[in-house]
Design a protein around this ligand. Sequence first.
Ligand code: NI
Ligand code: MN
Length: 232
Amino acid sequence: MKIKYLGHASLWIEVAGKNIIVDPFITGNPKAAGKINVDDIKADYILITHAHQDHILDVERIAQNNPDALIVSNFEIASYYGNKGFKFHPMNHGGSRVFDFGTLTYVNAVHTSSFPDGSYGGQPGGFVLETDEGNIYIAGDTALTTDMEIIPEMTELDLAVLPIGDNFTMGYRGAIIAADYLEVGLIMGYHFDTFDLIKIDHEKVKQAFDKAGLELVLPEIGDEFELNTEAD
Ligand code: NI
Ligand code: MN
């Protein structure tokens, strides 16, 4: 599995020969300018955790560029795009579905989920992807919640992608506790540094993860990682 960080909470995952885009927010992110070209993005799937602008801004543009892309989210968000003529697949909390890249589960998040115009975006969530190339949890925007303890009962994670920017989501202290709930040693932080309100002190955060015996990746926009599931 290959994971490319597109900035903020946006990911490009390549697994089983499929391109999966998560929460695309490129054109509204000045930090991504010159690093990510939204029109270069290939998508077989677009996963959306919740309806906030910083997670959906480029969904329609990417879906227009990739007319076969399937938009997967909670019932309200998926239906919203379905009503606009895009291909969609609705899910809801606790539900799993086998797709051609693996098994996808929409899991709980503690946050809110209105569309930019104020319309109802259902309840926010995160995703667990179980694939032949590794199992990952993408938390979306969320508080620390003991609901996360359910996930390792379901699957053994190789990586957790967790918000660490604080203010709108949990911060790094919450993410360290989340890693314990999730029984995972490898964390990729996201949802940080995009705006002043979520700026983090990289050294302080890295030291705290170090002290907790956890491996933290703080990606730069455009960074690509190969998920190594060889080691246990
Ligand atoms: Ni949000
Ligand atoms: Mn957000």
